[in-house]
Design a protein around this ligand. Sequence first.
Ligand code: GLA
Length: 394
Amino acid sequence: MSADGLPTDGLPTDDVAAARAHRAFTDRFGADPEGVWAAPGRVNVIGEHTDYNDGYVLPVALPHTTRAAVGRRTDGQIALASLQGDGAVVELGIDELAPGRPHGWAGYPAGVIEGLRERLAGGVSVLVDTDVPVGAGLSSSAALTCSVALALRDLVAPELTRIDLVELARRSENHFVGAPTGILDQSASLLCTTGHALFLDTRERRTEQVPLDLAAAGLELLVVDTGTSHTHADGGYGDRRRECEQAAARLGVPALRDVTDVAGLPVLDDDVLLRRARHIVTENARVLQVVAILRGATDPRAIGPVLTEGHVSLRDDFQISTVELDACVDAAVGAGAHGARMVGGGFGGSAVVLVDRDRAGLVADAVRERFAREGYAAPRTFDVLPSAGARRIP
Ligand code: GLA
């Protein structure tokens, strides 16, 4: 059931999505692609901004994916097309690729291609198609880079592991596009599996598939896209990252991951750095707490209050929430959700709500009514169950 907006029930099957991308590639480039690959967006259950602090994260993959139809060329050119754009094909020589060139959406796949350029001397054509909401804090950029990374791995670099692809996709965002992200989104897109949350230790790169059978428990995740802007290349995200690094340096540790007790934080005499560090220390503890609850096979409803605590910490200590996200969390919990929090980089985007399936419509209505009363634009809502990671389709 989707309350409105993005119908998850209406998402294409892999077969349908693959056929559509294949056809569009053939129309655009006059040849068949060598295959079609899909990679999902993600919603993070808990563990926000911990990834670039060497900490823990616990995302699930969305059912929404980006598909990449890919075929190698022989003329040394890169050609990139999107079914969501204005239809224009971005074309340039593989030797012309450089950070910022091409820019815009094409920079994401171009950065991945650049990372494997010595294997792609003849060039490559890519056509992408997506259901992942763009700019909603649901990792549309990772879905894009990871679909292309998996395609190129299968075509020209079979020795690369999925962990290697996480790095390839992250480097594309960090060094080519210029967005200083961690590895949460790329790991989620490449490593998540159906019916599980991915517990990732970003320092050790250790992963565990934690069962999260929400359907069996009569639960779902309701995603609320506030429609408010969100982009990583902008300053706020980078500022937080620098503040965390400064806090770690002043505390004399390699990363905030190394602090496990908030009792040690008051030596930071700067209120801003103290707040940033407190969020990271308590957020890492919340990830471990949620994982322990889920591993214990207790009712997953028990994680709800921990999610809401995470929101309060992002709002008050990390200071990256917005009035819309706060209103969403407040209205959802007030209407009987088990827990709710903003997700992703912050400063807009989406919130995730843990809710009984049979109450999801009511909760979505409560959020919509609250937004209308406050004069905010109507949010889009859709429901999510933990879905599959990146794959070749069909
Ligand atoms: C964005 C980044 C991730 C992560 C989250 C916050 O999604 O791309 O690396 O830092 O924000 O948890």
